[in-house]
Each structure stands twice: as structure tokens, then as C-alpha cells.
Ligand binder design. Structure first.
Ligand SMILES: NC(=O)c1ccc[n+]([C@@H]2O[C@H](COP(=O)([O-])OP(=O)(O)OC[C@H]3O[C@@H](n4cnc5c(N)ncnc54)[C@H](O)[C@@H]3O)[C@@H](O)[C@H]2O)c1
Length: 256
């Protein structure tokens, strides 16, 4: 494990119950942070938090749909009451709906599906950044990571238009916040994972994932922990002069 330390930090991770969010949560625990886990799936987030507590880590958990500001506010306030002000926010929760394993083409997409993805992937990041930024501004320190995707930067037939559009919007959101919040000692960066082995990948046929592997320079899927290491680095003291950037963790897939 690297020497990066987050001792004394209080980190909030959305979508912390599974996949990349769960790996990020554990990585921050290993780095000495207190971690607040937030997820829509109560059974999952509770079980992850209990697993981490059993390992001796300092965690708290809450449920909320990130798309709903009131739910976020309630969960955020409960978490802060338990662990103190959040100095590091990881906007990780995201969805990529498929129908029978396939992305819905624009000419058939129900407008409710479009809005649902915008609400979770983009508005969810706004909701939590809106809640976490006042204390970061007040304390003149903060770290925010938004989970984008390589799908933000190139056409990928394995996702739908809502997914690419929201992940691209998160890059604009990241750059804007980096500009706006830099004067308060807050850095804001985005991660753009390639094909990472999480439950999200099981929504498509194995051939679809194999095609991604075939087009990835390193010839394999990524592990959630590999994204987690970069989230940890980009929020560390060592990366204090890096802001407004999008970092691919994609094994050389697309190389945009
Ligand atoms: N897996 C990949 O290949 C990949 C690639 C690029 C980007 N990403 C992005 O990384 C992030 C995590 O992806 P993953 O593969 O771990 O996904 P996942 O589906 O395995 O896990 C997502 C987690 O987010 C939670 N979640 C979903 N909707 C939520 C909501 N409305 N409110 C709160 N929590 C919610 C889920 O319960 C789950 O615990 C997403 O933003 C995704 O778009 C993933």
C-alpha cells in the first residue's frame, strides 16, 4: 500500500455500498480517514459499513437517493452529526440503465428514462456538492471528485445517450467548481474509468465486455481498487496542486 495518508479526514462517498464506491470507501479507510457511506440500497450499505467496522475502521452510513435533494440533506446532516464536517466528497453514485442488456437508442427512449439518469448522475453530484461545499468554503479546505467515464469523451455503443451526456456534463461541472472553489483551497477533479469489473458490467452480455477488453491496451478489465487508488491520490496532500482535471483509469481504452 502507498504511503498516502488521510488521517483526520472525513470523507463522504456516494454509491458506497457496491462496486467502485465500496472499493473507494475501503481505500480511504486504509488511508486512515473516517468515511461516511451513502447509498440508496440500505441492505448493501449497512452490510459494507458493518464489514468495515468489524475491521476496526471508523465509518458511518446513511441511505438516500442522490437524485432527491431533501433525502440527501437529511442523510448529510445525520452523517455530519455522527462524523463531523465532510472535507472530502466523492460523487460516485451513478446508473447506466439497459433494457434486455442493451442501451436504449434515442428514438425509442422514454423521456422518464432520460430524466431519471440526469437526476442521478448529474443532479446527484450537484445535490451533494451543494451540501458539502459550505463547510469546505468556511474551513478553506476541501476535495471533491466527480465520477465521470471515458464514455464522456468518445462514442461508446455499450451505453446510451443519457449516460454519455451526464458523464460529459460532470466534466464541465468539475472544471467550473475547480475554478469557483480554488480560492478557498478546494480542489475538484473527475475520474474517467474505462471498463471496470463491478456489478454494473453484469447488465450487458459477456461479449460486450470482451469487446472492450479487446480494445484496451492492457487487455483486461480494470479492478475497482485501481480507481480507488486514484481517488485517494487525487484527494491527498501530495496532489494539492492538481485541480480541474479529468484522469482516465482505463488501461489504455480509447486514450482520449
Ligand atoms: N463499472 C464501470 O465500468 C464504470 C466505468 C465508468 C464509470 N463508472 C461510474 O462509476 C460509478 C460507480 O459505478 P459501479 O460500476 O461501481 O456501479 P454499481 O452499479 O456497481 O454501483 C453503484 C452504487 O451506487 C448506488 N446507487 C445507484 N443509484 C443511486 C442513487 N440514486 N442514490 C444513491 N446511490 C445510488 C448503488 O446502490 C450501488 O451501490 C458510476 O458513477 C459509474 O457510472 C463505472
Amino acid at each position: 500500500m502507498s504511503q498516502l495518508t488521510h488521517k483526520g479526514r472525513v470523507v463522504l462517498v456516494s454509491g458506497a455500498g457496491n462496486g467502485i464506491g465500496a472499493a473507494i470507501t475501503e481505500r480511504f479507510c486504509q488511508a486512515g480517514a473516517t468515511v461516511a457511506l451513502l447509498d440508496i440500497n440500505e441492505a448493501q450499505v449497512k452490510s459494507k459499513a458493518e464489514e468495515l467496522r468489524a475491521k476496526g475502521y471508523s465509518v458511518a452510513w446513511a441511505t438516500a437517493n442522490v437524485a432527491d435533494f431533501d433525502q440527501c440533506e437529511q442523510a448529510y446532516n445525520a452523517l455530519v452529526a455522527e462524523v463531523g464536517p465532510i472535507d472530502t466528497l466523492i460523487n460516485n453514485a451513478g446508473i447506466s440503465p439497459k433494457t434486455d442488456g442493451l442501451p436504449m437508442p434515442i428514438w425509442k427512449m422514454d423521456p422518464k428514462e432520460w430524466t431519471g439518469v440526469v437526476d442521478v448522475n448529474l443532479n446527484g453530484a450537484f445535490n451533494l456538492a451543494r451540501l458539502a461545499s459550505p463547510s469546505m468554503v468556511e474551513n478553506k479546505f476541501g476535495r471533491i471528485i466527480n465520477m465521470s467515464s471515458v464514455a464522456a469523451k468518445a462514442y461508446l455503443p455499450l451505453v446510451a445517450a443519457h449516460y454519455s451526456a451526464t458523464k460529459a456534463a460532470l466534466i464541465g461541472f468539475t472544471r467550473h467548481l475547480a475554478g469557483e472553489l480554488g480560492q478557498y483551497g478546494i480542489t475538484v477533479n473527475a475520474l474517467a474509468p474505462g471498463r471496470i469489473e463491478t456489478p454494473m458490467l453484469k447488465m450487458v452480455a459477456p461479449e460486450v465486455n470482451q469487446e472492450a477488453v479487446d480494445n484496451t491496451a492492457l487487455g483486461r478489465l480494470g479492478a475497482p481498487e485501481e480507481v480507488a487508488h486514484m481517488a485517494c491520490y487525487l484527494t491527498s496532500d501530495e496532489s494539492a496542486f492538481i485541480t480541474g482535471q479529468v484522469v482516465d483509469v482505463a488501461g489504455g481504452w480509447l486514450m482520449t
